[in-house]
Design a binder for this molecule. Structure first.
Ligand code: IVH
Length: 721
């Protein structure tokens, strides 16, 4: 597998499952950190574009590898949990987020998905609204019998902060309403205008305080002041654009409902318009984009919503987004700089990844020094050469990309880049392996050095101690680098003998400053530093001992077997139950016609490619020896089967024939939402076949196999139980 910090550079389409898994873990953590910084500290650490890129990448990976989706996937979460300062309040209706579209094609696809879901034809009428996406923070205002009762921030979407006393100080928020439904929750965006932001900043600076970074931050900080008097002194504005719980509908369409909010006394955005074709939506997007700079407040895109509310109802939600809306973001920024050098990084499974070292340049507020070049083909196709002036982009991908070479600026004599044919770390041959699934040569070159290659060995160890594997506190990538270079840790078992070796005087860990993010420290003369970090060394030993008992999925994942990441490790663990059976099976499965091999392939989700990865791993004497040594140090736990929640959770369902109360997509979404798997074909593994009129061969097959067949009504009854 590619190095951790290289995986970010790999396009989603090129990720191996194990890389995807590592990447999903990283994204979950990075997004979590960004959410915390943005929502709870009001101090974003990354730009909105970067944040969107993280989320988009996460989603794309989940789409490509649905099985790898994490239980704590950021796709299922909105924002960060509320901060402890304010009283918490639960939303009657969750406050969700919007899916993103980054180009015209994404918008067209959004409209197409909507049509498909609703079962509409090309010529059936379907109207959308388009309006600016305000860059502020969303707020839910609950009115009961026309009185403002409570104002709650979005928080994590389920629970937010009760900021009622602050909301009461805002001029744009009516305190009471006439002619409103008995229960009415109005949702919209709190923001600060450019003019007010500038005035406030001048005031802050004059008073010796720090200037605020942007209007959104000040708006958030102002609304979340514990002292309502401070909020009152900050000119916050509010646009209403949505609603939560309502005791009676506000209208039949989005347009009517928003008009009604206007009549009730809320400010609504004048740029919201209704259109009945994608082309018109896009034209309005262009219009809003041209006006962007002169609006007087920050917007970061255009939101499209299905106009008919009965359609919105039917479309419903998928994880954290409504299916009936999307946010068309303004484009990512590009910049021109010089590609000084192409470096090759070697990953855990030997993959060679080219990285562009750039003359630092600011793109979208962030200084960029590296960009991905993906692989040899990418460099060749674009004819990228060292010393070239290049255009880089930070867009719907995490790491900046080199998108174009400015050929006119190429210096004379610049030679085409030759991708290495040997590993830059160990000198072993680097080859394009054949992909057993396609029979074609892989685009990626891999070092054939295996554990001989220091880069691969180190990356494997880093993976071994990583968060989803042994998760040893105090032993991170940097420490592994240092320990490996010194020969203190060369294979996993060495980690568990550190204490003994230290006590025997074979090694001296006090020479390393373990607190300093792994940077090795000695005194100036190069001699041992006094044991000031005695405690951290002892803590490390304790942390290691704590992990001698380890769950089976973690252990299997930790081994770094090609194609076996968290998800497949779990599948193997569940199937084999204990480590010994797993190893035995892997060794016995060497012959492709052995019962052990056949048995391995009966595991739902495990195919020939993964099986090959596992078999090859145990075929390698190095690996067998390393595993044996490790097993003398640790004690893997056995696995227990997981419990299910809904009546169809974990079941496999096939829909066939015509469904009458919903489209196929609706049915599928409903089933998946309840934890079922939806399959297109009937087999012995199918639990239910839901058959409507006109069902043919699938129904017949179900009957032959004795699979339970349900009518649409029968299915509805089952899932409503
Ligand atoms: S509609 C179910 N309309 O964008 C989602 N949201 O990424 C209903 N936002 O949480 C939201 N302008 O804070 C909507 N015109 C607009 C918006 C808007 C800004 C924000 C809002 C939301 C976030 C979603």
């Amino acid at each position: 597998m590619a190095k951790k910090n290289q995986i970010e550079a790999i396009p989603v389409g090129k990720l191996t499952p194990e890389e995807a898994e590592a990447e999903l873990a990283r994204l979950a953590s990075d997004i979590g950190r960004a959410d915390e910084a943005y929502y709870n500290k009001d101090k974003p650490e990354i730009t909105d574009a970067e944040y969107d890129a993280l989320r988009r990448r996460n989603l794309l990976i989940e789409k490509r590898f649905p099985k790898l989706k994490r239980a704590d996937s950021p796709s299922d979460k909105v924002g960060a949990p509320p901060s402890a300062k304010f009283e918490k309040a639960r939303h009657a209706v969750p406050m969700l987020s919007l899916d993103n579209a980054f180009d015209d094609e994404d918008v067209a696809e959004f409209a197409k998905r909507v049509r498909k879901f609703l079962g509409l034809n090309e010529d059936d009428k379907l109207a959308f609204t388009a309006e600016p996406k305000i860059d502020g923070l969303s707020l839910n205002l609950r009115y009961e019998m026309g009185e403002l009762k409570v104002a709650v921030t979005r928080g994590d979407g389920e629970t937010g902060e009760n900021v009622t006393s602050n909301a009461l100080t805002m001029a744009d928020i009516p305190k009471s309403l006439k002619g409103a439904p008995d229960v009415l929750e109005v949702r919209g965006e709190v923001f600060m205008s450019h003019a007010d932001f500038k005035a406030l900043n001048d005031r802050l600076v004059a008073g010796g305080e720090d200037a605020a970074p942007n209007p959104r931050n000040v708006a958030a900080g102002s609304l979340r002041q514990l002292d309502a008097a401070v909020t009152a002194s900050r000119p916050l504005k509010f646009f209403a654009y949505a609603w939560g719980e309502v005791s009676e509908p506000l209208g039949e369409t989005q347009t009517d409902a928003v008009k009604k909010l206007g009549k009730l006394g809320f400010k609504t955005n004048g740029l919201m318009k209704r259109f009945d074709s994608v082309d018109r939506l896009l034209a309005h997007y262009g219009e809003i984009e041209t006006q962007r700079a002169s609006l007087g407040y920050d917007i970061d895109g255009v939101v499209y919503k299905v106009d008919r509310l009965d359609y919105q109802e039917r479309l419903g939600f998928v994880s954290r987004h409504p299916r009936w809306a999307t946010a068309h973001k303004f484009p990512a920024e590009k910049a021109t700089t010089v590609l000084e050098k192409i470096d090759i990084q070697v990953g855990r499974t030997g993959k060679l990844t080219p990285v562009a070292r750039l003359t630092p340049v600011t793109v979208g507020g962030v200084v960029v020094t590296n960009a991905t070049l993906h692989n040899a083909d990418y460099i060749q196709d674009k004819d990228i050469r060292q010393g070239d002036t290049v255009i880089i982009q930070r867009a719907g991908d995490v790491i900046p990309q080199v998108v174009e070479v400015v050929k006119g600026k190429r210096r004379k004599g610049a030679r085409a880049y030759k991708f290495p044919t040997v590993c830059p770390v160990c000198g072993s041959h680097a080859v394009n392996e054949e992909n057993p699934a396609t029979g074609k040569a892989d685009v990626d070159k891999r070092c054939t050095g295996g554990l001989i290659c220091a880069a691969q060995a180190k990356e494997r160890l880093k993976h071994f101690v990583s968060r989803q594997a042994f998760d040893i506190e105090g032993l991170g990538a940097k420490q592994i680098e240092a320990f490996f270079d010194e020969g203190v840790i060369r294979q996993p078992a060495d980690i568990f003998t550190l204490r003994l070796r230290q006590e025997a005087g074979d090694i001296d860990l006090y020479r390393y400053d373990l607190d300093d993010k792994g940077a090795r420290k000695r005194d100036k003369s190069g001699k041992e530093k006094p044991p000031t970090n005695l405690k951290s060394v002892q803590n490390l030993f304790d942390a290691i001992d704590e992990r001698r008992r380890i769950s089976l999925p973690r252990l299997i994942n930790a081994l770094g077997i090609r194609h076996v990441g968290e998800t497949n490790a779990r599948l193997f663990a569940l199937h084999y139950g204990d480590f010994q059976s797993f190893c035995d099976a892997a060794k016995q499965a060497r012959e492709e016609d052995s019962p052990a091999y056949d048995d391995m392939l009966t595991i739902d989700g495990i195919g020939a490619l993964v099986a090959r990865g596992l078999i090859d791993f145990f075929d390698e004497p190095h690996n067998r020896e390393a595993v044996d040594r490790l097993m003398q140090e640790i004690e893997p736990e056995k696995v227990e089967a997981a419990a299910s929640s809904s009546p169809v959770a974990g079941k496999t369902v096939v829909f066939t024939g015509t469904l009458e109360t919903m489209t196929r997509n609706e049915a599928k979404a409903q089933a998946q939402g309840l934890g079922a798997k939806v399959s297109g074909s009937v087999s012995a593994k199918t639990d239910y076949v839901v058959a409507g009129p006109g069902a043919g061969s699938k129904l017949k097959k179900a009957e032959e196999l004795g699979v339970e067949v349900l009518t649409e009504a029968g299915w509805a009854a089952l899932v409503k139980r």
